[in-house]
Structure formats: C-alpha cells, structure tokens
Design a binder for this molecule. Structure first.
Ligand SMILES: Cc1cc2nc3c(=O)[nH]c(=O)nc-3n(C[C@H](O)[C@H](O)[C@H](O)COP(=O)(O)OP(=O)(O)OC[C@H]3O[C@@H](n4cnc5c(N)ncnc54)[C@H](O)[C@@H]3O)c2cc1C
Length: 264
C-alpha cells in the first residue's frame, strides 16, 4: 500500500471483472524467483508504478485467490510482465508455481495504485529504493523513455539477501551505461559478501552515509526525491528515517518528497 491508498489491494470486496490471459514466458532467476510475461488484453493501459491483480484458479473466478503485482513492463510493451517470489504455502504463489507457459491466469481488468513518479514534487536526484521483488516498478520506469526526465540524476538501490536474487541486473547495468552518467545502480546483498555490491540493510547504509558516498549524491529533502518499495520492515524504517530528515509524504493533490509501496 502507499500514501494515497485506502483499501487493501490484496482483497477485492467484490468479484473482479476479469479475463483469462495466458502466460507467454517464464524467466527463472532462482528456483523461487521468477518473472512472468502474460498476454495483455486490448485496452489494458497503465503507467510505471501501477499494479495489476491476478487470480487463481481460473475455473472458479468467484472464489479465486486474488493478489496484486507491480507491473514491470513499459506502457508500450505488448505483454504484461511481473516479477514474483514463491512464498512457502502461499495461497496464490503455490498455485502459480504449478503453472507453465501457455497456462491461463485471471487478470483483473483495471490497474491500481499511486506509486507513480509524477506524485513527487520536481527534484534534482531521484532515489529509487527496493528490497526483493520491489525492483519491479523501477524497471518499468527505466524501460519507459523519458520517465525519469524530471530529475537530473537517478539512483537505483536494490537490496536482496543473495546475489542471484539481483533480478534484472544486466538490464539495469545496460541502462546505466547508456545514461551518460545520469543513472547510478547500487546493488546491496545482505547475506553474502560479493564484489561490486554493498552489504547491510538500506536504512543503516544511509545512516552511515555509505549509499550517499557510493552514489556521490546527497539525500536531503530540498533536492532529493525518494521512492521506497518492498517489505514492510523496510518501508516502515525508511518512513521513520526520511520523516526525521524532513521528507514529506505525497497526498492526493499535494506532491511530496517521499513515496511508498508496501508489499504486505
Ligand atoms: C501493491 C502491491 C504490489 C505487490 N507487488 C508484488 C510484486 O511485484 N511481486 C511480488 O512477489 N509480490 C508483490 N506483492 C505481494 C503479493 O501480492 C502477494 O502477497 C505475494 O505474492 C504472496 O501471495 P501468496 O498468496 O502466495 O501468499 P500469502 O498466503 O498471502 O502469504 C503472505 C505472506 O507472504 C510473504 N510475502 C508476500 N509478498 C512477498 C514478497 N514479494 N516477497 C517475499 N515474501 C512475500 C509475507 O510473509 C506475507 O505475510 C505486492 C503486494 C502489494 C500490496
């Protein structure tokens, strides 16, 4: 959920208007971390930062389990891409894990959410902070031409437990190489020691000024804008840290300097 959300995104209060769409491709980053590309119905529009809702089983839409997933694709992509982990005994992901390419899933017709870069006041440096599958909305931004143009620089920080969970790393590094110095990528691995990555939780790395110095960028409310996406301990800690430094939340009709998407 984010600053502007009102209802729980996981549990629609009605039977959603949905269609069955086939899984076109599955990319496995690890045994439990995958990206799916799903058929995109005509007229299904979104912006980077929106999320969609999937349901299973397809045969019983009225009693299906529905879950929200951030969209990884760019708005002009012909397919809908998401990245997700299998949760042990998870009500939805356990069902999804049994499916393969060509199998259908239920896709709700609408898109949702307010984790949109446009919610932020204009700024100099955009910090995009993610844990785990929270990388998804930022990959969508990177894939969308002009989506980061309001900022002189952007810093993408992706924290995972093990290095093989650094999904999209090659694609992000290619975007960095093509950015003319405007985009920085800081992978963080918390349970391995790996060359070329930082180690430790993101809030601690900020307190110790290690992220700022690795990116050669300040993190202060006058010029910095911060997007935070991932697990609840991370988003809670980041909200406290940023609030203490004078960052302000985004409200409907009132741009702020920090924006959150909490996955559970
Ligand atoms: C706005 C929004 C966007 C989301 N986008 C994504 C996304 O892009 N990718 C994604 O994988 N999940 C995403 N989620 C979480 C997702 O909707 C499901 O909660 C998740 O896939 C687990 O569903 P489940 O039914 O298998 O597990 P459940 O039986 O519902 O179990 C829930 C438990 O699973 C764990 N969990 C949930 N999500 C994750 C996760 N991402 N990583 C690790 N553990 C998790 C937590 O311990 C949580 O308490 C998003 C959630 C929200 C609210």
């Amino acid at each position: 959920m984010n600053d502007s959300a009102t209802a729980s995104p996981a549990t629609p209060s009605r039977v959603p208007q949905a269609s069955a769409q086939r899984i076109r491709a599955i990319r496995r980053w690890t045994a439990d971390l995958w990206s799916l590309r799903i058929e995109r119905p005509a007229g299904f529009r979104f912006q980077p930062g929106h999320y969609l809702r999937l349901g299973l089983p397809v045969e019983t839409p009225a009693s299906a389990v529905w879950r929200p997933y951030s969209i990884v694709s760019a708005p002009d992509d012909e397919a809908l891409e998401i990245v997700l982990v299998r949760v042990p005994d998870g009500a939805f992901t356990s069902q999804l894990a049994r499916l393969g390419e060509g199998d259908p899933v239920l896709l709700e017709q609408a898109v949702f959410g307010f984790f949109l870069e446009s919610q932020l006041a204009p700024g100099d440096t955009l910090w995009m902070l993610a844990t785990g599958t929270g990388i998804g909305p930022y990959v969508s931004l990177l894939r969308t031409p002009g989506a980061l143009d309001r900022h002189r620089r952007a810093v993408l920080v992706h924290s995972v437990r093990r290095a093989d969970e650094l999904s999209y790393r090659d694609e992000i590094e290619a975007a960095v190489a093509a950015s003319g110095g405007r985009l920085h990528y800081l992978p963080v691995v918390t349970r391995d020691t790996v060359g070329g990555t930082l180690s430790g939780r993101i809030p601690r790395l900020i307190d110790d000024r290690l992220l700022q110095s690795a990116a050669d960028a300040a993190l202060e409310p006058t010029g910095s804008r911060v997007m935070v996406c991932g697990n609840p301990a991370f988003t809670t800690d980041m909200r406290a840290l940023l609030s203490a430094r004078g960052f302000t939340p985004c409200r409907r009709g009132s741009p702020g300097t920090m924006l959150f998407e909490k996955y559970w």
